[in-house]
Design a protein around this ligand. Structure first.
Ligand code: ADP
Ligand code: MG
Length: 626
């Protein structure tokens, strides 16, 4: 029987070190968190050979007193926790008092520190965890720690290290994530002498993104902020036209901690569904904040997984906040509805002046981009009807909703959102400069190539609209919003459509679904279906190709019913939309332009833009006038 013995201190320390120190990136993370806990506002990280031979971290935090230097390297030595009660209210990143002990056990460490206001500082050298003497030393306020020859005394661990470049990249991503979660701290990273990253520490997330993730990413972002059910969401998301090839740029923080989460990625991507090109992914830098007790914090500090007490409120908060931003971008005030001839003979200015005479000022709108999960009307039990009297509440008037239930009337009074602050009257010329708020309808100049509508707005911009893309989007939104079956038109002579094996089976399996889309079919045997009715807004000559496409999509979409339904809507929208190259009546074109101008539609369901803006300046540049 083997003898049971207590491990000697050196071996015990090495084992403990293995748990904390996996690779250079974990050393960097621990040392950076210490610097942040010390209140540093600027931190510099330098590394050579991926951090394996040399890793230096300098901060301007509170520093460590000379006599405390050796203590900091003892196991379970911490300044951040005293009693068991403190455990319940931890406000620092570290608290276990393990990191410095563990790091010094597997490397050669030099520490140099001076506390704020002290005359001088001190240094200490440790070799494999064994401290030398504390010596006085001149140094700036704050702490510098140099870690050399990581794993020099644990060759087994050394074998697990990847190439220097991979280890260096892992350190870079740690620094990047910390920089993005703390825009108020300036982070600088030098890799083999070259500056890899330098954030200004001005407190603005946007500056940190620009510095840490690059100009290209930072220039195509939309700010978002919203909250619901005690979950708040802040940050930036990719403009739909600038999707990325991978999910690498989806960066989430939960209560300040970088996390990887399929739930959060899914909520983000769901909001972009039908707005982004196929095969492209949205990027983001999102800070999600929720009450501590709703997140499982009992995870390994180095791990990036997160568990929520309830997934749905978190999913909804991200999904609706992002969706709201995507739908709300560039949404101008509603253009006035007017009966006007199609080809307008007036200039945009004249038109605007005329429109202004009959157009009331736009109603105050709630700010775009704020998601509140509180319903606008109190929840009404099933079976009751709600009558809403004032849909858009007048400022300072209570919002009134009545429910009528079995002859009983209940009236709810809801206080409207606070009115926007009253602006002081501006002098006359300034007010004219502010005019853009009241948007006149775009003047339609005409149509070219039987595809593009050309318009002019009242701010000297020219707009090109892709009529098919725009109409496809309108049809798609209408189909999605419509829950009743589509109108069908009976055919005098039923149509026979031959289908491929898979599609044939799928069509027969989904006859009810197809009926909802306006196709009334029955089996004719041998791969052929008989079509008796087709959707009212599909041209008869397009009926068989539409059914073939629906059949293929039904066959493909068995795994993902929700996605499959959207695919069916795509087909129906595409087939029933005005096509490029077709003649389109002036009234139809005008209706399209109104929808596009309202900002309600931005992209076709496949993510292509529906409009393109040319400013006067761009045109003048083209002709070398500017
Ligand atoms: P923990 O961070 O869990 O307390 P560490 O081993 O990482 O444990 O650090 C031990 C102690 O050393 C800390 O509690 C802190 O008092 C001190 N310390 C470490 N790094 C710094 C630093 N950069 N600036 C000031 N104090 C530090
Ligand atoms: Mg620590």
């Amino acid at each position: 029987m083997p003898e049971i013995r207590q491990l000697d201190k050196h071996v015990a320390d090495l084992i403990a070190a293995g748990e904390v120190v996996e690779r250079p990136a974990s050393v960097a993370k621990e040392l950076l968190e210490n610097a942040m806990d010390a209140g540093a506002s600027a931190i510099v990280v330098e590394l050579e050979r991926g951090g394996l031979t040399y890793l230096r971290i300098t901060d301007n935090g509170c520093g460590i007193a000379p006599e405390q230097l050796p203590v900091a390297f003892l196991r379970h030595a911490t300044s951040k926790l005293r009693t068991a009660e403190d455990l319940a209210a931890i406000g620092t990143l570290g608290f276990r008092g393990e990191a410095l002990a563990a790091i010094s056990a597997v490397s050669r460490v030099d520490i140099l520190s001076r506390t704020v206001g002290a005359e001088a500082g001190a240094t200490l050298h440790l070799e494999g965890g064994v401290p030398g003497e504390v010596r006085p030393s001149g140094c700036p306020e704050g702490t510098t720690i140099v870690v050399r020859d990581l794993f020099y005394n644990t060759p087994a661990r050394m074998k697990f290290m990847k190439k220097d470049s991979a280890e260096g990249a892992a350190v870079t991503s740690i620094v990047t994530h910390l920089a993005l979660s703390h825009p108020e701290i300036s982070f600088k990273l030098l890799r083999d002498g070259a500056e890899a990253l330098h954030t200004p520490g001005d407190g603005r997330l946007q500056s940190a993104i620009y510095a840490a993730l690059g100009r290209d990413f930072a220039l195509h972002l939309l700010p978002i902020h919203g909250s619901g059910d005690a979950v708040s969401v802040e940050g930036f998301v990719t403009e739909p036209l600038h999707g990325h090839g991978t999910r690498a740029r989806q960066i989430f923080f939960v209560n300040g901690r970088f996390v990887k989460s399929q739930l959060l990625s899914a909520a983000l991507e769901e909001a972009y569904r039908n707005q982004i090109m196929k095969g492209k992914f949205p990027g983001c830098v999102l800070h999600i904040t929720l009450p501590m007790q709703q997140v499982d914090v009992n995870v390994h500090p180095a791990k990036t997984v997160v568990k929520f007490a309830a997934d749905k409120p978190v999913f909804d908060a991200v999904y609706y906040t992002v969706l709201d931003t995507l739908n709300g971008q560039n949404r101008p005030a509603q253009p006035p509805k007017k009966e006007e001839p199609f080809y307008q003979t007036m200039t945009a200015e004249q038109f605007k002046a005329k429109a202004a005479q009959v157009t009331p000022p736009p109603a105050a709108k709630p700010p775009v981009g704020s998601y509140t999960s509180r319903p606008a009307v109190p929840a009404v039990p099933k079976g009751q009807t709600v009558y809403v009297r004032d849909v858009v509440p007048e400022p300072q008037k209570p919002f009134v909703a009545e429910t009528v239930s079995g002859g009983r009337e209940v009236t709810y009074h809801i206080t409207p959102p606070p009115a926007p602050p009253v602006k002081e009257k501006e002098p006359e010329p300034v007010q004219q400069a502010m005019e853009p708020e009241t948007e006149a309808p775009w003047r339609i100049v005409g149509e070219v190539l039987k595809t593009y509508i050309i318009c002019e707005d009242s701010h000297s911009n020219v707009w090109l609209i892709d009529k098919h893309a725009a109409h496809e989007r309108i049809r798609f939104d209408a189909l999605k919003a419509h829950s009743e079956p589509l109108m069908a038109q009976p055919l005098l002579t039923p149509l026979t459509v031959d289908l491929e094996g898979d599609s044939y089976g799928a069509v027969l399996e989904h006859l009810d679904t197809l009926r909802q889309f306006g196709f009334v079919c029955e089996d004719f045997g041998g791969g052929t279906v008989l079509v008796r009715e087709i959707p009212a807004d599909i041209r008869p000559e397009d009926a068989s190709s539409t059914l073939e496409e629906l059949g293929q999509k039904l066959a493909l979409g068995r795994a993902d019913p929700a996605g499959a339904r959207d695919e069916l809507y795509h087909t129906m929208a595409c087939k029933s939309a005005i096509k490029a190259g077709m003649d389109t009546s002036p009234a139809e074109l005008r209706a399209l332009v109104e929808q596009v101008q309202s900002g309600k539609i931005q992209y076709c369901p496949h993510g292509r833009p529906v409009k393109y803006k040319l400013t006067r300046y761009e045109i003048e540049k083209m002709f070398k006038r500017a």
